[in-house]
Design a binder for this molecule. Structure first.
Ligand code: KIV
Ligand code: ZN
Length: 512
């Protein structure tokens, strides 16, 4: 890659997943990975294979499915961790192992209980173990933001000699300030004798709200990879937001002198997908992907924009994937119209089979909804829930009675392991009654941690996308459902979460 290429390394599926409540199933990770590939992310960090069997399987599934992005697995600087990462990535077209060990005095002394010399030795060994699986090895000195720069130089020089190609400098606790962090990157590049043999990367956390500023300051000082997440998801206050980094570099290309290969029109669909799957809503005033990011409210601004758009707009909403809520297709649209609208939206489905499945879902939706908007199409193609043939619980039918002055009642029919069962229940509202009726049949006794409804487009016939988060025995799963009827969407989301819970429990205790 030329030095004017800024590598975008997405860690939504790894660091993003470390946000409390954002854990994802293998299928959810696959859906997000496919969208990241569509967006032309260079590297997808798919998980931490040694962390659990579930994580191993997710990384493996992503590695087997993704062809146009490098797939990366995280590993501590331990032989066993690195072997697990290597095994999980075996099917990838392009695989990277990312290994790390802490280098700050506080981490080395209190957490690792290792001397600085032992840390260097372990780091070098780790890179060597990783190189047995792939030439593409990334090394991170964890908590670099609070490490001694002289010590960082020693560790980094040694790991480059051992074969690390990417040196990632993490501000693990979000402690750095932009000027100082940029200066750190510049001085490491200048002081490490073999620095030209590796690409410098940064990984900034947002504890002081500076993750994007610190990352950009690093880019100005020669970093050529930024680790980031969709919607800034991540541990505690999150990581640098991919959409902000990408659009800052693109909008101010004269200042940064580098470009990414990201297809920015896929940013808003990616943001929606991640927020739908995790149930983490995007605040309306969030840069780039917030609902108000391109809305002009004041008369002076509206007048200016109408006269000349650039008076108040530095980016175009459509360039990052916002669409004008215009009717694009309807019930009578055929496969060709469907295919060509997807093409206009830069959505390429990998096979004719995937196109057929998405078209079938489109026809189903068009039967219920008069006008199909771009947002509906984007949801259709990122929605691979239809591929859940192995689901234990499936909705057959739902009947809800809701009347002023009466207690709402729901009757549900489900298949449970293929056998049809029905139940009814009352509740404080139609959604509550529906979920209670499902619970009568499933008896999960799971705790409902989150229930959120989001309208995909405007209008009362819009599809509602529901996210439900359930927890049981320390496991947390999210489920989604989308339908023009939000009670149906709620039932689908609840069942989706129950299926996720069932699969997780079954994986952990195969005898159940
Ligand atoms: O924040 C951090 O230090 C990390 C490393 C594993 C790169 O996530
Ligand atoms: Zn991190």
């Amino acid at each position: 890659m030329s030095s004017d290429h800024l590598i975008i390394f997405d860690t939504t599926l790894r660091d993003g997943e470390q946000s409390p409540g954002a854990s994802m199933t293998r299928d959810e990770k696959l859906r997000i990975a496919r969208q990241l590939e569509r967006m032309r992310v260079d590297v997808i960090e798919a998980g931490f294979p040694a962390a659990s069997n579930g994580d191993f399987e997710s990384v493996q599934a992503v590695a087997n499915a993704i062809r146009n992005s490098t797939v990366c697995g995280l590993a501590r600087a331990l032989e066993r961790d690195i072997e697990r990462a290597g095994e999980a990535l075996a099917g990838a077209t392009s695989a990277r192992i990312h290994t790390f060990i802490a280098t700050s005095p506080i981490h080395m002394e209190k957490k690792l209980r290792m001397s600085p010399e032992q840390v260097i030795e372990q780091a070098v060994k780790a890179v060597g173990w990783a190189r047995k699986f792939t030439d593409d090895v990334e090394f991170s000195p964890e908590d670099a933001g609070r490490s001694d720069p002289d010590f960082l130089c020693r560790v980094l020089e040694a790991v480059i000699d051992a074969g690390a190609r990417t040196l990632n400098i993490p501000d693990t606790v979000g402690y750095s300030l932009p000027g100082q962090f940029g200066e750190l990157i510049r001085s490491l590049r200048e002081r490490i004798p073999n620095a030209d043999k590796a690409i410098f990367s940064v990984h900034c956390h947002n504890d002081l709200g500076l993750a994007v500023a610190n990352s950009l300051s690093a880019v100005l000082n020669g970093a050529r990879q930024v680790e980031c997440t969709i919607n800034g998801l991540g541990e505690r206050a999150g990581n640098a937001a991919l959409e902000e980094v990408v659009m800052a570099v693109r909008t101010r290309s004269n200042v940064f002198g580098c470009t990414t290969r990201i297809d920015a029109t896929q940013i808003v669909p990616a943001s929606r997908l991640v927020s739908g799957i995790t149930g983490f809503a995007v605040q309306p005033n969030k840069a780039i992907v917030g609902a108000n990011a391109f809305a002009h409210e004041s008369g002076i601004h509206q007048d200016g924009v109408l006269k000349h758009r650039e008076t108040y707009e530095i980016m175009r909403a459509e360039d990052v994937g916002w669409t004008a809520n215009k009717m694009v297709l309807g019930k009578h649209s055929g496969r060709n119209a469907f295919r060509s609208r997807l093409k206009e939206l830069n959505i390429v489905l990998e096979s004719e089979e995937a196109l057929n499945a998405a078209f079938a879902r489109f026809k189903e939706l068009a039967d219920k909804k008069h006008e199909i908007f771009d947002e509906d199409l984007q949801l259709l193609v990122t929605d691979e829930r239809a591929a859940s043939a192995g689901d234990v619980y499936k909705l057959v039918s739902l009947r809800v009675c809701s009347e002023t002055g009466e207690i709402p009642q729901a009757e549900v029919v489900l298949t449970v392991h293929g056998t049809e069962k029905s139940a009814s229940a009352k509740g404080s509202g139609p959604v509550d009654a529906t979920l209670r009726a499902i619970e009568v049949l499933v008896e999960s006794h799971a705790q409902l941690q989150l229930y959120s409804v989001n309208s995909i487009t405007t209008g009362t016939d819009a599809q509602g996308e529901v996210t439900v988060r359930l927890s049981k025995d320390g496991r947390i799963v999210n489920g989604q459902g989308a339908d023009t009827d939000i009670v149906v969407a709620s039932a689908e989301a609840y069942l989706d979460a129950l299926n996720g819970l069932y699969n997780q429990l079954e994986r952990a205790h195969p005898q159940i």
